[in-house]
Design a protein around this ligand. Sequence first.
Ligand SMILES: NC(=O)c1ccc[n+]([C@@H]2O[C@H](COP(=O)([O-])OP(=O)(O)OC[C@H]3O[C@@H](n4cnc5c(N)ncnc54)[C@H](O)[C@@H]3O)[C@@H](O)[C@H]2O)c1
Length: 458
Amino acid sequence: MSKSKHFSPTNPTRRDFVKNSALAAGGALLLPNFLAAKAHIDGDDTIKVALVGCGGRGTGAALQALLTKQNVKLVAMADAFRDNLDEAYKVITSDDIMDWTGAEGNVKSRVAVPEEHKFTGFDAYKKAIPLADVVILTTPPGFRPMHFEECVKQGKHVFMEKPVAVDAPGIRRVLEAAEIAKQKKLNVIVGLQRHYQKVYRGWVEMLQAGAIGDITTSHVYWNNDGVWVRGREEFSKKAGRPLTEMEYQMRNWYYFNWLCGDHICEQHIHNLDVGNWVKNAYPVRAHGMGGRQVRVGKDFGEIFDHHFIEYEYEDGSRMFSQCRHQPGTMSRVTEAFQGTNGSAPQPGVLLTRSGHELFKHDSRNDPNPYQVEHDELFEAIAKGQYKYADAENGAKATMTSILGRMATYSGQVVEWKDAMASNISLMPQQFDFKATPPVLPGPDGMYACAVPGVTKVI
Ligand SMILES: NC(=O)c1ccc[n+]([C@@H]2O[C@H](COP(=O)([O-])OP(=O)(O)OC[C@H]3O[C@@H](n4cnc5c(N)ncnc54)[C@H](O)[C@@H]3O)[C@@H](O)[C@H]2O)c1
């Protein structure tokens, strides 16, 4: 029987199985309310925040945390580089934060980061985490497993950005820590912000309830010009000396897989995650093709500039995925679904098989999902509730993008279970600015790229 029989756009049936994000069953679980208890004992309901990774997103996320209604204070900052930390501190304490968050005003009074709580270097996170109740993890994703593990070990609530790893060993670490976080009832939100975006929340719920029948085909896209490049020369000039290879890769992190995981992992994860969310499942295998045609040159490291993947789910349905970083090409970042009884050509829209509009979301007054992530997290924490366990889905969404990269790099069919079991670690042996990173340029200054048919990924 088609699921759509039970569907009404105004009264969508809830699925029995809610796999991602908020812990739906029974609403919030009550924690021993450490803040309420603390407020009762010492009159202090402050929620202390540490920021680990003070770049663009870290600055934005810290501001969003400070803009919530709760009594939030930023108490510690950690970054690999002092100049990045200083820039973030300057923005967060400036009189006008509107450019960053769309919110007016300033949050200076909520910033209490003395010099001795500003930490730099590879082990800065270890010094910042103990000082906080909530930790924001916004470094490049290669470091996420070790940073998340440390937060959970120390019993901290976490907001962490996607992706949450770059390789299978990292994914397994996050999954293990996610289990412990659940046992400790630590709220964890992952910055796959479509889960906190009104247009997606309603649309996906209706799709899961069978609004257009069974989903047979999914199309997901992240095609655009690409992102920044941080050139070696530019940073050597600023430093007044040649950078070590480790310093250079850390600055230009997007182009090195041990830090970034390739752009399929870094950005396209958002759309792959929506594909999985709608299907309520993760793919069982993938094959595809990819390469680099346009973004070639010394500062483009080792990543591809395009990937196309066909993912297969257990029920035989397919997700077709495209991601491209090539300037001047068509831009499309979205998701679309075909069902047995209709289609969903873009987020917030449902059509019948004959093209009649079944539902259209009006986004005009929707809140900013980046702010919603923090509003919901801090409200739950202040109320002593355990509501968010995003790490498992964050890890499996990341794994979906790693599976895609394995398929395009190898040119083979890659099974989810084999990819998950892979022991190939992309991470360096040693974290030190003088240590040797896992990939090095050749004599011509160029980095080797995967070669389909030759490169081994498992
Ligand atoms: N959800 C979203 O829409 C969204 C948007 C932008 C970025 N992000 C994610 O946020 C993360 C950061 O991206 P960004 O754009 O802010 O990059 P960025 O380069 O601006 O910032 C990263 C910061 O982390 C620091 N860093 C690197 N290694 C570190 C370490 N080991 N310890 C401490 N600090 C370290 C860097 O020095 C830098 O200041 C990425 O995972 C990215 O995917 C998510």
